[in-house]
Design a protein around this ligand. Structure first.
Ligand SMILES: [Zn+2]
Ligand SMILES: [Zn+2]
Length: 117
């Protein structure tokens, strides 16, 4: 009788320990997720802050007038370039402009598209 009771108690204890470990893991996991979220939020707000500071003190980019992009110089706004692989004037193919991908605007190389330098 007593042995059986003891056995059941040990099993109960093991189960309870498992539950405790599971709770601990869940707690740690939740904490980790929270920590990750918090740190990413912190990083994002810090980045936004430094961005705002840069924007406040930086001069607008002279090359693109602060827009971050300017009209594509390769295709001059036509979205395609006339490209011939053989330098053969007979087989000139209009190709999608590789610089602007047909958007007619290319990212400003002076400010890297930020609009300020
Ligand atoms: Zn282009
Ligand atoms: Zn620029």
């Amino acid at each position: 009788m007593e042995l059986g009771g003891g056995g059941r108690g040990a099993g109960d204890r093991a189960r309870r320990q498992l539950q405790a470990v599971g709770r601990l893991l869940a707690y740690l996991g939740g904490g980790f997720v929270l920590l990750t979220a918090a740190s990413s939020v912190t990083v994002r707000s810090l980045r936004a802050l430094s961005d705002a500071n840069q924007r406040k003190f930086a001069q607008p980019c002279g090359a693109c007038a602060g827009k971050g992009t300017y009209a594509c110089r390769l295709c001059k706004g036509s979205t395609t370039i006339e490209w011939s692989p053989m330098y053969d004037p007979v087989f000139i193919n209009p190709c999608l402009c590789p610089t602007c991908d047909g958007t007619r605007a290319q990212r400003c190389l002076n400010c890297l598209g930020k609009g300020y330098a």
